[in-house]
Design a protein around this ligand. Structure first.
Ligand code: HAM
Length: 437
């Protein structure tokens, strides 16, 4: 095989692919800005330590890490969350509240490449810092929905599964589990969808067999699909904490429903999220058909900034991936067609005409119009063919006869009509033509 190939799980973006990617980024950026989020960026290479024990075992095992020439242990970022916590933590006192930030960047995880999963992918991250209440969740989940719905996807295409690690902690405590057992149960719940009963094997090895009656209660909790069902399930073990939590659930659901987004939300306690730092509400977006891996994931992580050595600042956020989003848009026929047409094609008689045309070509480009012309001398007929094939709206013809008369011929490419315009009026006539006046 000739030459070199890219590494497995890394993508190359030829112009057509790149324009699709830009289409996705453009929508994300537009929606984030409409929601009042500010854009930031940060390094792709970070100290390894930032992810150790912060992101969780799964991500730690997927790190692209190495020792640099200065002997530092470093890793390509697998996610943005620890980094953005550092940024916000370092300036927390000086930042105006609410702190609503977003970014678009590339991330790296040494995963087994499969449909929707690569080793280099992009994420749109949006996070709110300093807001302890569920108002922040409403804002973020609404943004997440809009970031997908903005492409033309509807409630029949995707939905957001809303869950709560706090409620699991409170419920498992009420069932009699202690703090050392709870993480094992949550890990089993995380795996349950994929592995079924085998998911509980790890827990059994560490803590002994799970009493069937308790297991049934856990599995029943997993079946809950609505807020009233959740309230009923919790009624027998109501504590102050659980009552308060239910109040917060009501607020989130009511807020999103008031925005007209209720039908995108599904109560689903099967989502507990693999990342180690989540503390409260957690959520994931999926396609309705269930063909694809998660489109997005996020939740509250109130302790992470403090764990990194900064202030005690509550935080909540999510990330959408570009790979599954792109696949879903393709499946639904919502990928934009690749348009690569100039506004104007300049047809040039010969070298003298080329020189004469350059002043106009440059002035038109400087005014923001996209202008193409042949880089080499080509017969007139061929140039007209190229102009037609390019999709240009108009052609400017710089022939010897025209220049001798001090004019340029403007051809409307859609109806083939032509008019002569004085050389010194090219810019204004083209502007009027292209802006439809
Ligand atoms: P995550 O669930 O690990 O969360 O990733 C979020 C999204 O990124 C996934 O739903 C998926 O679309 C995409 N993604 C993740 N890994 C890959 C991969 N190997 N290939 C393609 N796409 C992938 C986080 O990263 C959290 N840091 C999100 C967050 C922000 N939580 C709070 N703020």
């Amino acid at each position: 095989m000739a030459g070199f190939q890219s590494l497995p799980g890394f993508r190359e973006f030829y112009p057509e692919d790149f324009s699709r990617r830009q289409h996705i980024f453009r929508h994300w950026r537009k929606n984030a800005s409409a929601f009042g989020f500010q854009e930031y960026d940060a390094p792709v290479l970070e100290p390894l330590e930032l992810y150790k024990a912060k992101s969780g075992d799964e991500i730690e095992g997927q790190l692209f890490n190495f020792t640099d020439k200065g002997g530092r242990d470093v890793a390509l970022r697998p996610e943005m969350t620890p980094t953005v916590c550092r940024l916000v933590g370092a300036k927390a006192g000086a930042l105006k509240r609410p702190i609503k930030w977003f970014s678009i960047g590339e991330f790296y995880r040494y995963e087994r490449a499969q449909k929707g999963r690569l080793r280099a992918f992009h994420q749109f991250n949006a996070d709110i810092f300093g807001e302890p209440g569920p108002e922040a969740e409403i804002e973020l989940i609404a943004l997440l929905i809009q970031c997908l719905a903005g492409f033309g996807l509807t409630k029949d295409d995707f939905y957001v599964r809303l869950s709560d690690r706090d409620l699991w902690f409170f419920y498992l405590a009420a069932l009699g589990f202690n703090d050392t057992q709870v993480p094992g149960i949550l890990a089993a719940i995380d795996r349950f969808e994929k592995m079924g009963d085998d998911a509980f094997k790890g827990y059994a090895e560490a803590h002994g067999v799970l009493v069937p009656e308790l297991k049934e209660k856990i599995l029943a909790f997993l079946q809950i699909k609505t807020l009233p069902e959740l309230e009923t399930a919790l009624a027998p073990c109501l504590t102050d904490k659980i009552s308060q939590r239910i109040g917060e659930w009501r607020k989130v659901i009511a807020g999103l429903s008031a925005m007209g987004l209720g039908e995108f939300i599904s109560v689903d306690l099967g989502v507990v999220r693999g990342l180690a730092y989540y503390t409260g509400f957690v959520f994931e977006a999926f396609d309705r058909k269930g063909d694809l891996r998660a489109l997005a994931g996020g939740g509250r992580y109130n302790d992470l900034i403090k764990k990194l050595g900064y202030a005690d600042l509550p935080a909540v956020g999510f990330a959408i991936g570009d790979v599954t989003t792109g696949l879903l848009l393709e499946q639904r026929g919502l990928t934009p067609t690749f348009v690569n047409a100039p506004d104007i094609y300049a047809v040039l008689g010969g070298e003298a005409e080329r020189q004469a045309a350059f002043a106009d070509i440059h002035a038109l480009r400087a005014a923001g119009w996209r202008v193409d012309y042949p880089l080499k001398d080509v017969a007139f007929g061929k140039q007209f063919k190229t102009a037609a094939e390019s999709g240009a709206k108009l052609a400017l013809i710089y022939g010897g006869d025209e220049l001798a008369k001090g004019v340029v011929k403007l051809r409307n490419m859609s109806d083939r009509t032509e008019q002569e315009i004085p050389r010194d009026q090219v810019l204004s006539v083209v502007r009027d033509f292209l802006s439809g006046r």
